[in-house]
Design a protein around this ligand. Structure first.
Ligand code: B12
Length: 235
């Protein structure tokens, strides 16, 4: 993992920081909203970096929640409520993260699940890690048609467009999205990344995309290289 915050964790702060991150993860996984907010606030007051709370608290929590899918004791409504809690915490943390990064942004990532895909746990997890890693993330949601991707690329000019693809049936819509971006002259300065259950390395080549990642960690690493942000705020 990106043990990005070790430098900030020398001496006593280290112990406390790790404690808060672990407690935050556990509170979110248990769906304890008040406790999660309390730990976040106390952790911040004690000097734990915002990015560390997101990366080592919210990110592992999201992975664990997604893994609980299919477990007989956990229902979908519970999983969705926990992802909602993560979103509420992110709403509070993102402005503080901007202050922490002093306006510096590693790059802009636009992400969406391609039309026909209502599945998004993996996308949400990816989003959390990109935010923690200093990217500005624009999430277009699920079931996004090619035209919507191109409209938003034109407006927001991201560095990277990440297309999440979980069903094979939607692969032709990935090709359509890439082609549309080309036709509209939006492809030159844009890196296109593909990922999710239905994507293979061969398909990435066939679709004319640039980056393929199997995990969220791999995706962040490849995107950092793609935007040339290898040395960002000492990380
Ligand atoms: C959970 C799940 C669902 C949930 C999704 C809930 C939600 N809100 O996300 C629900 C119940 C809604 C669902 C519905 C359906 N599903 Co479903 N679902 C799954 C399942 C079991 C797990 C997906 C998941 O969340 N995994 C956990 C996450 C964390 O892992 P992940 O997605 O792999 O993400 C990691 C990496 O892949 C990567 N990553 C993820 N996204 C991206 C994106 C980019 C750009 C990058 C770089 C990396 C990246 O980072 C993540 C973290 O490391 C998969 C099987 C599977 N093994 O993937 C089937 C699966 C995707 N579903 C499938 C099907 C068929 C369906 C349905 C059509 C079923 C039906 N008949 O109703 C529907 C509708 C799908 C639709 N139209 O979108 C099939 C698809 C097969 C196909 N046709 O190609 C699968 C593969 C199951 C199977 N083996 O048959 N599904």
């Amino acid at each position: 993992m990106y043990g990005l915050h070790e430098k900030n964790y020398k001496n006593g702060v280290e112990q406390n920081g790790v404690k808060y991150m672990r407690e935050l993860r556990d509170a979110v996984v248990s769906g304890e909203q008040e406790e999660a907010f309390r730990i976040t606030e106390t952790g911040l007051a004690e000097g734990v970096p915002v990015s560390a709370l997101i990366e080592h608290g919210l990110y592992p929590a999201a992975c664990e929640i997604a893994r609980s899918y299919g477990n007989d004791e956990v229902c979908m409504a519970e999983i969705l409520a926990k992802f909602e809690l993560i979103q509420l915490l992110l709403n509070e943390l993102i402005p503080k993260l901007r202050d922490e990064l002093k306006g510096a942004v590693r790059g802009r990532l636009m992400i969406g699940s391609v039309q026909g895909n209502l599945i998004d746990f993996g996308k949400l997890i990816l989003r959390i890690l990109f935010i923690a890693s200093g990217f500005e993330v624009i999430d277009l949601g699920t079931d996004v048609p090619p035209e919507t991707f191109s409209q938003h690329v034109r407006l927001e000019r991201p560095d990277i467009l990440a297309l999440a693809v979980y069903t094979r049936e939607s692969l032709p819509l990935v090709v359509k999205t890439v082609d549309l971006l080309k036709q509209q002259g939006l492809r030159q300065d844009l890196k296109i990344m593909l990922g999710g259950w239905a994507v293979t390395p061969e398909f990435v080549v066939e679709a004319g995309a640039d980056i393929f990642a199997v995990t969220a960690e791999g995706a962040v690493e490849l995107c950092l290289a793609a935007v040339g942000a290898t040395d960002f705020l000492g990380r």
